[in-house]
Unconditional design. Sequence first.
Length: 326
Amino acid sequence: MRVLVTGGAGFIGSHYARTMLAGGYPGYADARVTVLDRLTYAGDTRCLPMNHPRLRFVHGDVCDSALLRRIVPGHDAVVHCAAESQADRPLNGAAEFIRTNILGTHTLLEACRVHGVGPVVVVSADEVYGPIGPGPRGEDHPLLPDSPYAASKAAGDLVARAYAHTHGVDVRVTRGCDTYGPFQHVERPVPAAVTGLLGGARPPDCDDGRDPREWMHVDDHCRAIHLVLTRGRAGGVYNVGSGTVLTRARLTRILAGLCDGSLDTAVRPPADARGESPGRALDDRRIRAELGFRNLVLFDQGIAGAVHWYRTHPGWWEPLLRESVL
């Protein structure tokens, strides 16, 4: 079994690759993994076991059709994580979102079509639905992106749908909520807050009524991606959530408590692996009913583990902080 992971030196892609190489996915213990990554500022080979005998790393661009024609053949499956994300600093502004998230998805799927490679999982995001509304958003909810990043991800999803319906490519789409965990770049919300707090910074002031988000641990997110890869329907779209919805202010209070050891249990959010907590942003009943997905990492355990990781790995994130200041 050979699996290609695009964007595999980024946060979610590298976690997926590391887990597979460590034997964390049943039936894939001997799988060979090819990681393709352009190594923009969010890509970091330190996230990968570069000397692993079953890992092949290719430094390249998912928009490079000639490169993809060389590396795609021979793979049995593809997990497409390559993307410019909301926190990235693309050189050409929105144009970089358009280039990578739309053209890159098209270039990859065209290579898979020509060489008969699949299944392909396109890892998308809940931002394609727009802001959290009065009720959970299911997979048939209208796509209402309200930023260039979200618009480019929504367009990539539609490219995937077109390749499934027009060309018969076995492509599936996941739309995950905000994700946190080890090896996440310091400009993302959780590590930005944690590294600042560990460095003695004052917690940022946040409006407690604004920007509620649904939060999930990266281990759960990657298990969901693998479930869709191995058991999902060709052409299917699957939301991946957790049921833990927090405003930025509440999340910051929790992180501040964990960083200084004064966490009050009163600020802990509902942490229910069955998804019964109120305020769910995504309706993810499809992946739970069809594929049996369950969140295994409860929020209070996962967020405490993430804080501990950043506390004990300053050598990983301090250079990134210095780069961010330059």
